[in-house]
Structures are given as structure tokens and as C-alpha cells.
Design a protein around this ligand. Sequence first.
Ligand SMILES: *Cc1c(COP(=O)(O)O)cnc(C)c1O
Length: 425
Amino acid sequence: MSKLPFVTKQQVEEIAKTYPTPFHIYDEKGIRENVKALKEAFSWNKGYKEFFAVKATPNPFLISILHEYGCGCDCSSYTELMLSGALGMRGEDIMFSSNDTPAKDFQLAEKLGAIINLDDITHIEFLEETLGYLPKTLSCRFNPGGYFSLGTDIMDNPGDAKYGFTTEQMFEGFRILKEKGVENFGIHAFLASNTVTNEYYPTLARQLFELAVKLKEETGAHITFINLSGGIGIPYRPDQEPNDIRVIGREVQKVYEEIMTPAGMGDVAIYTELGRFMMGPYGALVTKVIHQKHTHKEYLGVDACAVNLMRPAMYGAYHHITVLGKENAPCDHMYDVTGSLCENNDKFAIDRMLPEVEIGDYIVIHDAGAHGHAMGYNYNGKLKSAELLLQEDGSVKLIRRAETPKDYFATLDGFEIYNKLMEME
Ligand SMILES: *Cc1c(COP(=O)(O)O)cnc(C)c1O
């Protein structure tokens, strides 16, 4: 199966006249169509809401597009809360799903009226001391431990994850919160990441719905939402079958009608906190081949590096690559596609079959729309690239400028060396 980029060589050549490579570009049309399909898939649930996981792509322009469709934000840090607040989100538009949370983060979350999702039973006391009271609505993050499996396939290892309450702690936590006057309860769990199967959500939903019924029966808690969180993945590889969100929505509905409705819980809202699924495929890193090296292997040196997209270096993650203008050429050359960091893991691809590449060719690294630009860092003093939006009418809008040396040295402003640094460019 082939995987084609949402930009052409001609478009990129035109864009690069104004915005030199490397840059991240996002596909507005794709983002809109996907969020509409998601909403439609869960339209059977009256209270359904997606809280976009801000950490995946913390760009206000992109978040605003999702907000048009009623999506809120899932935040887990002070600055993510600031970003959501600045976009006008308040109260039920913000889910604060943090862990190891500093007091001032809880304070800002409460100031914005965010729904707080507690990561640990000890955070009940911490939050009460921080705020001087407990909010009327609280959520608890659940971690059943062990492995999360679908049939015989182990999907992930929650038993090794730092997040959430154990099953016993969920019951104890709900009892304590109820005694302390909390009125509305939520349940949250994120048990497997980047699942490319329609079965993850329905399987997770069954676990959480069964837990919710028991929690209600045994503690009397009024459960108002169940948060299936993130984890719906995307097909990074061209041979992977993409998830079908309509099937996922329908299967979750079946489980809901089987477990929740008969328990008198047919009014409980379903929440999601998708990140990757909302943005991943609709963002690409565009970079140019600036060197070719023939030593023990064949290397393509591009003008982007792991600072622009860290997933291959960090997790050995596969990102599909298209050489623009050579979409239909045979992939009969093997290359390592490298960045410029002084780290040998700075490779976007290893032993990748591509068409014959020349210096000056533009390369699209696919599926960089989530956990891409956001994960960037400044190692080797490298600067983060710009973010562009390919709008529905085909025009391009700058939605974050590229970093400059001044940004890199900003934290030395006020020190004696700063003026000298500024004279160096
Ligand atoms: C990262 C994260 C998400 C989003 O995960 P994706 O894999 O991008 O869907 C959602 N909720 C929480 C609490 C997270 O940490």
C-alpha cells in the first residue's frame, strides 16, 4: 500500500520560498474531517466530549480548529493550562489529567474551573491542603496493573506504569471523596498507547463500565463521566490498517448498552482525550536533502534533525518517508536518513528503501502531527522549526515562527554575556 503526503513537490517549492525548510505543516482539511467523524461516531452518547491532549500538538491555532467542534483540552502542566485558558476555555472545557502534580498547577486548574483528574489517592489530601477544600466534581485515574491484552496480544504494561489508583484504592478513594462532600465522580484510564486496532476502546470501556457499576453500588458515588483517555493510534507504516472510528464508536455503544444502561447509568457521559489520533496523520515534517555521504553505508543528510522530530531517535519509531516528485519512482536504493546532531541515533530512517535521491530533493516525513514539534528540544543548540497550516483554500499560514538564536539565548538575557552573544550573528 502506498502512503501519499498531503502536499506536493510544487506546493513545497512554493512554500519554501517564504518559509525555508525544515518546517512542520498541518492539513486543515484532514483535521476537520477527522474531528467530524469522531464526533459522529460518539453522537449516540449525549454527554460525549473530546478533550484534545494538548501535549501532542500545543499550537493554539490547531486547538482552536478542534474547539470549533466543541472539543476541550486535556492538560497536564501549568503552561498547557495557560494555553487553554488563553483560548478562552473554562470549566468543563478543561480536563486536568496530570501526575506528580505541583501545587501551583492544581491552583491554576481550579482557578480555570477545570475538571481535576487525580493520579493518586494521596493527592486527595494534597489537593485539599492546596485549595483549602475539594471541588464538587473530581475524577480518579485507574490502573488495574498487570498487562493489557486483546485476546492473546499483549498491548501494553500498566503494571509497570507510574499512573493511577489500584482497584482497591479506587473504592477507598471514592469513599473518602464522598465523605468529604464530592458530588460528581469521573473514572479515567489510559492502559495502552498507539493501538492500531478497533478493539482497544471497547475492551477498555468494558473494564471501566464494570468498575463504574461496582463503584456506584458499593460507594453510592454519583458517576457522571467515564474518560477513555488517549491511545487510539494511527498507522505509521503503510501496511497497517487504520482504525475505523465509526466501528470503535459503535462497539463502545454496544458495551455501554449492555452494562451501563441496565445499571441505571445510561446518562453517564463518555469522554476521550485523544492526541495522536486527532493530529498525527495531519502533520508532516518537510526537510531538504543537503548532503549525501557514501561510507560504510549510504547516508542522506537532511536539514532537519531529532530536535524537529524525536520519535525515531527516542523510540526507534517508524515514520514513513516520501521523496517529493518521486512518489511513483521505484524504491530501489537503501539509505539512512540522518540529521545533524552529534548523536548517532539522530536518524529518521535506517536501511530505508527509497527512490534514488539527489541533493536538493524535498523529503516529507509523515505522521509528525502529534508528539512531533511538541517533543522537540534544543540539544546541540539546534533551533525548533516553524509550524505552518495548509488551509482548506490551499493557502499557507504561519502558525508558529521558527526559533532564532535570540530565543535560544533568551534565558541568558540580563547576564553580561548576552549582549556579546547578540553581536555574533
Ligand atoms: C498523552 C496523553 C493522552 C493522549 O495520548 P495519545 O496517545 O496521543 O492519544 C491522553 N491523556 C493523557 C492523560 C495523556 O498523558
